[in-house]
Design a protein around this ligand. Structure first.
Ligand SMILES: NC(=O)c1ccc[n+]([C@@H]2O[C@H](COP(=O)([O-])OP(=O)(O)OC[C@H]3O[C@@H](n4cnc5c(N)ncnc54)[C@H](OP(=O)(O)O)[C@@H]3O)[C@@H](O)[C@H]2O)c1
Length: 289
């Protein structure tokens, strides 16, 4: 198969690059905004014409959740308009689209893990633009996969885990919210799941949404505590409420995803978030000895 990956320099894109080496029978093409700006149809179409992929993985996005509140236009361009371009050319160039979306399409008022069929209701610009991207795919394509994930981190890029590691070296105490509940997702695990899905896309007959996160549930506070424990940091983590940590974007209080569908349909085994966190910290060489 020929597999093209957009957003190759991001967290997920980088993890896909690492794992692609284990798939020598497939040809991978990785690109990012320096080569192809997906908001520009001509640039994207030229690339697709050249590569002729069987599968296109869209890991590109505008992911700065707070910045999106003040730059809604750009967030909409990348997260929705570009997705419309990508979807609109899928039939012409015969590629199967695997698109990545977010738990932030939900408002967080649930008390049990979100199912794929639960009605989205985003409470941030970022969430709204990502939902618009999903809707563009549903409106234009008869077959595709949309994978919603949550709280992504990796040894690549910027994320909560790396921020905690950095700040814990600079400060003796850190305040972290305990009333936002979800599940961290190691981007390497998501990349692994996506590459296991690629040879199984023939069985997809509709636009199918799937939820993927690591197993288990925690708050950002719990995650920060676990990072300190795993790295033997003496930095104290103080639990605080969201109201005491104002941010530009509203985040869902609860965004745990139900992952049964992806496990059943593709035979995917998902690691627990603590195991994956330790794995990532080990990769980064910061795990306590
Ligand atoms: N990060 C999370 O916590 C999280 C949570 C849930 C879902 N997701 C979703 O998971 C997917 C992967 O996220 P991630 O954290 O790996 O993202 P990321 O690290 O922010 O990477 C996204 C990549 O897309 C590139 N990009 C942005 N605009 C582009 C454009 N116009 N044309 C081409 N490339 C462009 C970015 O380049 P620049 O850096 O130069 O802009 C970046 O390299 C996204 O769909 C995201 O919405 C992420």
């Amino acid at each position: 198969m020929i597999i093209a990956v957009l957003g190759a320099n991001g967290q997920l894109g980088n993890e896909l690059q690492v794992l692609a080496k284990s798939y020598p029978d497939d040809s991978f093409y990785f690109t990012d905004i320096d080569e192809v700006n997906i908001t520009q149809k001509e640039s994207f179409e030229n690339y697709i014409r050249k590569i002729q992929p069987d599968i296109l993985i869209n890991a590109a996005a505008f992911t700065a959740v707070d910045k999106a509140e003040s730059d809604a236009e750009k967030a909409m361009q990348v997260n929705a308009k570009a997705v419309e371009i990508i979807a609109s050319l899928s039939d012409t160039y015969h590629y199967f689209l695997i698109h990545v979306s977010t738990d932030y399409v939900f408002d967080g008022t649930h008390y049990k893990p979100y199912h794929e069929l639960d009605v989205p209701h985003p409470v941030s610009i970022y969430g709204k633009t990502k939902l618009a991207g999903e809707q563009a795919i549903k409106g234009l394509l008869s077959r595709a996969i949309i994978i919603r994930t949550s709280w992504l981190y990796s040894s690549f890029g910027n994320n909560f885990v790396k921020t905690m590691l950095k700040l814990s070296k600079e400060r003796s105490q850190l305040s972290v919210v305990f009333d936002q509940i979800g599940t961290p997702t190691y981007a390497a695990d998501l990349a692994d799941a996506i590459l296991k899905i690629c040879p199984q896309t023939q069985k997809i007959k509709n636009v199918e949404i799937y939820h993927y996160a690591n197993e288990g549930v925690c708050s950002w506070y719990d995650l920060a505590k676990e990072i300190m424990y795993a790295t033997a940091s003496s930095c104290e983590i103080i639990p605080i409420e969201t109201k005491d940590y104002p941010t530009a974007a509203t985040r869902p209080h609860y965004s745990v995803l139900n992952k049964q569908k992806i496990k059943t349909d593709f035979g995917i085994r998902i690691p627990h978030w603590k195991d994956s966190l330790f794995h990532c910290l080990n990769q980064m060489n910061v795990l306590k000895k």
